[in-house]
Ligand binder design. Structure first.
Ligand code: ASP
Length: 421
């Protein structure tokens, strides 16, 4: 069995064990809770997520610098960047519009009563100008230490451009960076070997801790959001891929599955960057010139799934509180969600922080977010998978349009597959 299938089996087992623990109420047994769910599952899952996160900064740095050298021409870099930004923003706007249409169509939240004990304290998020200023780090080492992705991308591109200008005298340095890149890529593959056991632990823990009662109470919200997310991932994004790049959808969905499973298990597009990057480069054949920029950039600014949650949540809470939202309000929701997706990190549950911004914009009570808080863990897993799929779709479309995609690799079912040793 290849690794992708093993991860799939691990995921299924994780769901079964998690549900078993949940329904048998074993999840609430102090010993099981402390030693198995909060102990074994938690530690193994965390070790794995940490290993992935550990590779993100070196990977982006050492993949982006040779990526820039590979582009070799600054105007092409500008074109790739512009296309990626426009597509990321457009797809996110389409995603949230779809979500609003679904939620309004189903009229979710209408006539539901507001639980008396809701509370949610909104978190402060940075202003747009601060985010813009922060793109240029005053200290690149600090940016790397903090994992500030936009700053790291900026520094790497700047370094790459400078290196390009002195390439003749710097052949050895370029060779060295290439070698480090190959080593870090190999580290990603090595970490991925541990995925089956880690995915099992992460998923079993998440499902064991899920409040099933709450899920049933909020079934309308959960189901409509899941439906909208699936529609966006399987219809909208795939139409994009086919219409703009003419790529085979079946192959794409098959090859992106591993990255989706990682995203689902870790709930973090950021932690999934190594896997997404490996997948688009080695499985889909996207040239490093495009992918080394587009993937980490997408993981940071492109959040289709997260925006959809905001759309559905806005309609749901507005209906529950009996607040009438007009077309102008919805336009505001879309604009705020798209802008907020640029400024927030790709980590678990950041979508809730963005939702605070959206609610403030249209005057919905922020404490209303407390109603959906309890089911957010599961939805975060699904929407992160949608986010990562969106990154890979846009990366493939941009690469194909610039002739930076190796179709032999794309069409080869075995390309870049991790086999068992
Ligand atoms: N967990 C999501 C991500 O990392 C963000 C969110 O929706 O909260 O992409």
């Amino acid at each position: 069995m290849n690794l992708a299938n093993k991860v799939l089996v691990a995921l299924a087992l994780g769901i079964i064990v998690g549900l078993g623990l949940n329904f048998s109420d074993l999840a609430n047994h102090p010993w099981v809770d402390q030693n198995i769910i909060g102990g074994l599952f938690h530690v193994i899952g965390k070790l794995f997520v940490n290993s992935l996160k550990m590779l993100v900064v070196p990977l982006v740095l050492f993949s982006l610098i040779p990526g820039i050298i590979g582009i070799g021409d600054i105007s092409l870099l500008g074109r790739i960047g512009t296309k990626a930004i426009v597509l990321y923003l457009v797809t996110t706007a389409i995603a949230i519009t779809t979500a609003i249409v679904f939620a309004a169509g189903f009229g979710i939240g209408k006539g539901m009563s507001i639980p008396s004990d809701v509370s949610f304290a909104g978190k402060e998020s940075s202003s747009f100008s601060d985010i813009l200023i922060g793109i240029i780090p005053t200290n690149p080492v600090a940016a790397m230490a903090n994992g500030d992705m936009l700053s790291i991308i900026f520094f790497s591109i700047f370094f790459g451009i400078a290196l390009l200008s002195v390439a003749k005298q710097s052949k050895e340095l370029i060779g060295l960076i290439e070698q480090i890149n190959a080593v870090v890529m190999h580290m990603v593959t090595m970490v991925m070997y541990f995925a089956p056991i880690a995915v099992f632990c992460l998923v079993a823990k998440a499902i064991a801790e899920l409040g099933i009662d709450l899920l049933a109470q909020l079934a309308g919200y959960v189901l409509v959001l899941l439906l909208a997310l699936m529609f966006h991932m399987l219809v909208t994004q795939m139409v994009f891929l086919k219409a703009l790049a003419g790529l085979d959808i079946g192959i794409f969905l098959k090859k992106i599955r591993t990255a989706q499973l990682f995203a689902f298990s870790t709930s973090s597009s950021g932690a999934t960057i190594p896997v997404t990057l490996r997948t688009v480069q080695q499985r889909l054949g996207v040239d490093r010139a495009v992918s080394s920029f587009s993937v980490p950039f997408g993981a940071t600014i492109n959040m289709d799934g997260t925006a959809m949650m905001q759309g559905v949540a806005t309609v749901f809470i507005a209906n529950m509180y009996g607040v009438e939202l007009g077309t102008g309000d919805f336009v505001m929701v879309i604009a705020t969600a798209v802008l907020a997706s640029i400024g927030t990190a790709a980590v678990p549950a950041v979508g809730l922080v963005m939702l605070t911004l959206v609610f403030n914009q249209v005057g919905l009570p922020v404490e209303g977010i407390g109603i959906i808080l309890g089911v957010d863990r599961l939805l975060d897993m699904v929407r992160t998978a949608v986010n990562v799929t969106g990154d890979a779709v846009v990366t493939s479309v941009v690469a194909k349009s610039e002739n930076r995609m190796d179709l032999d690799i794309y069409n080869d079912p075995e390309a870049g597959m991790i086999e068992d040793t």
